[in-house]
Design a protein around this ligand. Structure first.
Ligand SMILES: *[C@@H]1O[C@H](CO)[C@@H](O)[C@H](O)[C@H]1NC(C)=O
Ligand SMILES: *[C@@H]1O[C@H](CO)[C@@H](O)[C@H](O)[C@H]1NC(C)=O
Ligand SMILES: *[C@@H]1O[C@H](CO)[C@@H](O)[C@H](O)[C@H]1NC(C)=O
Ligand SMILES: *[C@@H]1O[C@H](CO)[C@@H](O)[C@H](O)[C@H]1NC(C)=O
Ligand SMILES: *[C@@H]1O[C@H](CO)[C@@H](O)[C@H](O)[C@H]1NC(C)=O
Ligand SMILES: *[C@@H]1O[C@H](CO)[C@@H](O)[C@H](O)[C@H]1NC(C)=O
Ligand SMILES: *[C@@H]1O[C@H](CO)[C@@H](O)[C@H](O)[C@H]1NC(C)=O
Ligand SMILES: *[C@@H]1O[C@H](CO)[C@@H](O)[C@H](O)[C@H]1NC(C)=O
Length: 386
């Protein structure tokens, strides 16, 4: 009887414990290259029929490039407490556009207080995307492609060569206590870029970078951004949309309780003029936002055309509707803090501003410039200058 009880106890213990795959058991030494070991550990963990955990303990390691591909047989966690360094030379990331790539996984957890250090300084110097339309794309720190029901928490992404994180084709993925860190002068280092994904959550995170803090590309749906601090960088951005002709719409976005500090945009919706097809950007809600020294705190720009890469002849065909800006406060680095320049072909519908308390140079309230939009002004908000 006692033996049976012990067996049952043991069975439940085994069930509760994830199988561990510590990379030290795969011949890894501190400061060593973990590429092969990590690939092997992942392969073993992925075929486990019970939940598994790959562990990278505190220490420094090198990693060339890795693909973590599913599907796996059970939930899988990668716990990283170490500092993992990328090759300095962009050429050495095996020609891949993502340094650490996750694909086709259900129930993934990436956790730990570890850092993925992209060592982007050399790559930033080679980046000429602002002058060269067909510039060579440098490696992003992370790619999550077709990953469902997954959580990334506590991890730091540092000095990526290009975007820090790309989320594509995912469903129900969240980033929490996530940290992105790269300097203001690092080009194209968007913090988290989302495309063709639903149920994406970014919470309790801090993102300092040289480009967009979070950018929502086409097909981003049911996105929640809560308690995120951005800056430096280019702020939180819906778009750019409408550059290509096969784009899906952006719908149901909530940005709440966020702080933007020293960013050159705050909350932005940007679409390219002159695209072929009609798509939507609707139900976009921005609420309880603090701006500190932000150059364009609120901006809808449907004539977005950086480096004259487009023709402004025909207006944008992206229809923007049901947008609210509510309780937006703090300081603007420009007098004209609100710009709502919508498409002359398809004007914006139902844009609401309320409780906007943005001040320029300490005292004066910001003004608003509007085109092709009749915003509904709720309690306390500047009226469009015409
Ligand atoms: C993720 O979810 C999508 C849509 O529900 C499904 O088609 C896909 O097979 C799932 N992927 C994995 C790896 O489970
Ligand atoms: C990270 O977590 C590990 C394991 O809990 C701990 O030993 C280590 O001190 C932590 N490192 C930092 C920098 O917090
Ligand atoms: C951009 O950089 C690449 C590689 O460094 C170089 O081959 C190319 O000529 C550059 N293009 C422009 C327009 O500067
Ligand atoms: C989303 O994923 C999390 C983490 O795996 C899971 O706990 C949760 O049940 C999922 N939510 C839905 C609606 O599937
Ligand atoms: C908000 O995020 C910060 C990290 O940036 C965290 O310290 C704080 O606890 C979060 N607040 C809540 C209510 O979770
Ligand atoms: C809201 O943001 C503030 C300032 O970052 C933070 O201290 C607080 O915890 C956040 N609250 C929630 C509910 O996220
Ligand atoms: C305000 O932001 C600008 C960049 O947009 C920066 O140059 C300036 O130093 C910031 N001012 C303060 C007081 O931080
Ligand atoms: C900002 O305010 C100071 C005094 O508070 C004033 O001297 C200065 O001219 C103002 N600058 C602008 C650009 O309005």
């Amino acid at each position: 009887m006692a033996t049976l009880a012990l067996l049952l106890l043991l069975a439940s213990y085994v069930k509760a414990q994830a199988s561990l795959f510590d990379i030290r058991k795969y011949g890894v030494v501190p400061n060593g290259d973990i590429t092969m070991a990590l690939q092997k550990a992942w392969r073993d963990a992925c075929v486990s029929t019970t939940p598994s955990k790959v562990v990278i303990p505190s220490n420094k390691y090198k990693l060339r490039q890795i693909d973590f591909m599913g599907p796996c047989k059970a939930p899988i966690e990668i716990l990283v407490n170490g500092i993992i360094k990328a090759p300095k030379n962009p050429f050495d990331v095996s020609g891949q556009n993502q340094w650490v790539r996750f694909g086709y996984i259900n129930f993934l957890t990436l956790s730990g207080n570890g850092t993925f250090h992209g060592r982007g300084k050399m790559a930033w110097k080679q980046n000429n995307c602002s002058t060269n339309k067909n510039c060579k794309k440098l490696a992003m720190n992370f790619g999550f492609g077709f990953v469902n029901n997954s959580v990334i928490h506590d991890i730091t992404s540092k000095d990526s060569k290009y975007f820090h994180v790309n989320v594509f084709g995912c469903k129900n993925i969240s980033f929490t206590n996530f940290r992105v860190s790269s300097p203001a002068y690092s080009p194209n280092t968007d913090g988290i870029h989302i495309g063709k994904s639903t149920q994406v959550k970014i919470t309790n995170s801090k993102i300092d970078t040289g480009d967009d803090c979070i950018s929502l590309g086409d097909g981003s749906k049911e996105v929640t951004i809560l308690n995120v601090t951005c800056g430096p960088g280019h702020g939180i951005s819906v778009g750019s949309l409408g550059k290509y002709s096969n784009e899906d719409s952006v719908e149901d976005v909530i940005v709440k309780n966020c702080t933007l500090k020293n960013t050159n945009n705050g909350l932005r919706i940007k679409t390219w003029p002159g695209t072929a097809i009609i798509s939507l950007a609707s139900d976009l809600h921005f609420e309880d936002i603090t701006m500190i020294n932000v150059s364009n705190p609120i901006i809808i720009d449907q004539e977005y055309c950086p480096w004259n890469q487009c023709s402004k002849q025909s207006p944008s065909k992206i229809k923007i509707s049901k947008v609210t800006f509510k309780n937006i406060r703090g300081t603007s680095a420009t007098q004209e803090g609100i710009t709502l320049v919508c498409s002359s072909g398809i004007p914006c519908e139902t844009v609401e501003l309320s409780d906007i308390n943005l001040r320029f140079n300490g005292t004066t309230l910001v003004t608003a410039k509007c085109a092709n939009v009749k915003p509904k002004i709720g309690r306390k908000a500047p009226i469009c200058a015409t």
